[in-house]
Design a protein around this ligand. Structure first.
Ligand SMILES: [Fe+2]
Length: 496
């Protein structure tokens, strides 16, 4: 099977292993001499007589340094360099030739050759070049490891700024792609139990249907080569071009909830890729877990808010329906102002909750027809602040706080609780103030009956520029007339 753990890797563990050198030359004598000396130096030595065999061997074995002849049958040493640059960027290559020319030397160096040796060579020169090449290889490996570590660090810090699942899974997939040069990265989440999200596919998609029983039964990460792919991935139109994959099962406690897969149509994966993906898969599991917790929290909070709105309306019968109407008027105004859908929805939600802080005020005070004491007035005027405190602890509601805290501020700075002025008052709050006042006037209150629509309109106009933002009043009046007209045409109720 295609498990790479027994066959070593490229850079990841290079320092802890004996360096391995591959000699590619069609002269038997050259191969024998070099094998002899390189073995004496303590290197693990492989030999082949052509470039294709070299590439085939490198699919199976970790090679740190290639020592290759220039003129080889079929595929030249330069062609080999070209391939290595693409498929084995961690490996260092040295070129040997009996017929040197400036052109080929330049070309070899351009293709990434580390050095260029002229035959017949002095063996000590070759050994020196090999030693220098291996030092270069080690530096390259360390550099790659550092880059991988940095990229994991960046991934962790970028993920911690968001609780949303899909953007986090996408970050994970991008990191895998960047680090492994995979042509496809797939996070497949099984649609069962609590998981209801889509996964993420970069490159050609893979789905759960493409996975075999063997893949679904995996408990640890595996690297799969081309020969063993059919055991793990169903062969079909989507998958037939794949050359190699790394599959990491995703677990949360005992539950196997998905897989992270890096796939490639161009390269073979190695142990390094498996290790890297195992680390990254942990982040994917954590992201799914956080998103699940967050969603459960949000769901329960929404239920709580529904309950709070109901409780507020029961406590204060005069505001029954008020929050919903304010929400509606505020949304109509926001739409008329041309705000984007996401913001108009926020404004609607804020309207439903704008008076939620009144829950903290005693019922007898709230429903007193007249004559609040100065202390009661002071408490009442703090209800926007109580509302902010109540909702401020939950991230989902953070975006609503400006509307809740500022809906009793006046444009000229005479409002409460903070006495903000003009554009200091958040836009959402300026909208809320107009919607709230209109509904307060046109609905029954504890201390008076509903006032007519026409009166409310005149009052808003009269206070435009002092109590209210004139820009908002203008938008509100257009929006409300439009709304009334449509409702009247449809035979529905409107404020008289
Ligand atoms: Fe209020």
């Amino acid at each position: 099977m295609g498990d790479a753990s027994e066959r070593g890797d490229e850079a990841w563990t290079a320092r802890s292993q004996v360096p391995s050198v591959l000699v590619v030359d069609d002269e038997q004598v050259t191969r024998a001499v070099l094998t002899d000396f390189l073995s004496q130096e303590g290197y693990k030595v492989w030999t082949v007589d052509d470039a294709r065999s070299a590439l085939a061997l490198m699919q199976r074995e970790r090679i740190d340094l290639v020592l290759s002849g220039l003129c080889l049958p079929e595929m030249s040493g330069l062609d080999l360099l070209r391939e290595l640059k693409e498929s084995h960027p961690f490996t260092v290559a040295l070129i040997m030739t009996a017929y040197p020319s400036v052109e080929t030397a330049t070309q070899a160096m351009k293709l990434g050759a580390f050095d260029y040796l002229q035959k017949p060579f002095k063996i000590q020169d070759v050994m020196l070049a090999v030693r220098r090449g291996l030092t270069q290889q080690r530096l390259r490996s360390e550099n790659i490891e550092l880059r991988a570590a940095l990229s994991l660090y960046q991934l962790a810090s970028r993920m911690s700024t968001s609780l949303e699942l899909l953007p986090n899974l996408r970050l994970i997939a991008e990191t895998v792609q960047e680090q492994t040069r995979a042509t496809g990265v797939h996070v497949i989440l099984f649609p069962r139990n609590e998981i209801m999200w889509d996964g993420v596919n970069l490159g050609d998609p893979l789905t759960e249907e493409d996975l075999t029983e063997e893949t679904l039964a995996l408990t640890t990460a595996v690297v799969v080569d081309e020969a063993h792919l059919p055991h793990y991935i169903e062969q079909n139109e989507r998958t037939k071009r794949l050359l190699s994959v790394v599959i990491v099962p995703l677990f949360q406690q005992e539950e196997h909830f998905g897989v992270l897969i890096a796939s490639s149509t161009q390269r073979n994966f190695w142990e390094r890729d498996r290790k890297l993906l195992t680390i990254i898969a942990d982040r994917a599991s954590a992201a799914v877990q956080s998103a699940q917790l967050f969603e459960a929290l949000e769901r329960s909070f929404r239920h709580t808010i529904e309950a709070l709105v109901t409780a507020l309306e029961e406590k204060d019968p005069y505001t029954a329906g008020h929050s919903e109407r304010v929400a509606l008027y505020a949304r109509l105004t926001a739409e008329r102002l041309g705000l984007p859908p996401h913001e108009t929805e926020l404004i609607y939600q804020a309207g439903r909750l704008h008076d939620i802080g009144k829950l903290t005020i005693r019922s007898d005070e709230l429903n007193k027809p007249t004559g609040l004491t100065p202390d009661e007035v002071r408490r009442f005027r703090l209800h926007p602040v109580y509302g902010e405190e109540l909702l401020g602890a939950i991230p989902t509601f953070k975006a609503l706080l400006p509307a809740i805290g500022g809906h009793h501020e006046n444009y000229d700075g005479t409002g409460y609780p903070r006495g903000l002025k003009g554009k200091e008052i958040p836009l959402m709050a300026r909208i809320m103030a107009v919607a709230d006042s209109y509904d307060a006037m046109t609905s029954h209150r504890a201390y008076r009956k509903a006032l007519p629509h026409a009166f409310a309109v005149e009052e808003l106009k009269a206070c435009s520029g002092t109590q209210y933002d004139p820009h908002i009043v203008a938008a509100f009046l257009l929006a409300i007339e439009d709304w009334r007209k449509k409702r009247i045409e449809a035979g529905l109720d409107v404020p008289a």
